[in-house]
Design a protein around this ligand. Structure first.
Ligand code: ASP
Length: 319
């Protein structure tokens, strides 16, 4: 009997963002509404899509239609559940996620922490709405397809403006320019040039995943409340006590320089910690990470920025 070989698939999950945004003028890059066009619409509008798929069949699902400034835990849970569903299927080689730029790095880090798969999950985005004179979304989506189909791709990645970033390093660093993301001192993992992926040095090894399956199943209403705060000149300790009285379970504090804290905030945080609030320290500096041990509070791992450290602490407290 003839057994037809199954065609491998790439799944595209739509969540909204500027990539799916529309505005009233082709010249306006800021006054538009994010999350208006369906992911199917974005794919249909892409010239050369079939070539970029390298023989893969395309499946797409609209999971949300958000401006990613409004991204929330409930959408993350659905996103993670759908990723698990698709990644567990042998004929699915990769997932591409269309996402807003504002919280892309947080969704990437969340997925990195909760998914247990080495198949690529590639987030992509746009800085200009789909109705712009020269939108960047179609090229970014095309590049994301190339990364999704590349044999060396592993784990959760982000693709924007021809650069490939890891979930660990990616950070939005600019509010307007097309190349809005950076991987800081590490630099991007690679580039997409004319549809071809070029890894810098070696391609990413198998991504290290720490499956936190609780986040897939526990109601988001029960996820522990973890907040982010900054230490700064004139910082007021009352913010800490307000959070503690309101029931916060964890605080990530972005300290000055090498994780130093205003003395008033330091005292209030020590008290909060004694009352059972988990405290993690990061630096508010744009580059680098805290070096050496700090006196009073645990440093967030791996030089995470405050917003990724918030996710890690939340998952840690979730168990
Ligand atoms: N506010 C938009 C969003 O994050 C910005 C963008 O996608 O570029 O959804």
């Amino acid at each position: 009997m003839f057994n037809a070989k199954k065609i491998q698939k790439v799944v595209v999950l739509g969540t909204g963002g500027t990539i799916a945004g529309t505005g009233s003028s082709a010249l306006d890059h800021t006054a538009y509404t994010a999350g208006q066009l369906s992911v199917q619409h974005l794919l249909d509008a892409m010239p050369g899509l079939q070539d970029s798929l390298q023989g893969h069949e395309l499946v797409c699902e609209q999971l949300a239609q958000l401006d990613s400034k409004d991204m929330g835990h409930a959408t993350w849970q659905v996103l993670a559940q759908r990723c698990v569903h698709w990644l567990s299927q042998a004929e699915v080689d990769a997932i591409v996620i269309t996402h807003g730029t504002d919280t892309l790095e947080e969704s990437a880090w969340f997925l990195h922490r909760v998914l247990d798969s080495h198949k690529p999950v590639v987030l992509t985005c746009a800085m200009r709405p789909a109705t712009a004179l020269a939108p960047d979304g179609p090229q970014n989506l095309m590049d994301a397809m190339a990364v999704a189909c590349d044999a060396m791709s592993r784990g959760v990645l982000a693709v924007c403006a021809g650069r490939i970033h890891s979930a660990l390093e990616v950070q939005k660093v600019h509010p307007y320019r097309l190349d809005a993301f950076s991987s800081g001192e590490s630099g991007p993992l690679g580039f997409v040039e004319q549809g071809t992926v070029r890894w810098r040095g070696t391609a990413p090894g198998p991504a290290v995943h720490t499956r936190t399956s609780c986040a897939l199943t526990v109601s988001v209403a029960e996820w522990p409340w973890v907040a982010v705060m900054h230490s700064h000149a004139g910082a007021d300790a009352r913010q800490v006590s307000a959070w503690v009285s309101a029931g916060v379970k964890g605080l990530v504090v972005a300290g000055t320089g090498n994780g130093t804290l205003h003395q008033d905030v330091q005292t209030a945080l020590a008290k909060a910690q004694d009352q059972g609030v988990a405290v993690r320290l990061v630096t508010r500096c744009a580059e680098g990470q805290i070096v050496g041990e700090t006196a009073s509070f645990q440093t967030a791992p791996r030089g995470l920025n405050a917003f990724k450290a918030r996710i890690s602490l939340m998952l840690e407290l979730l168990g």
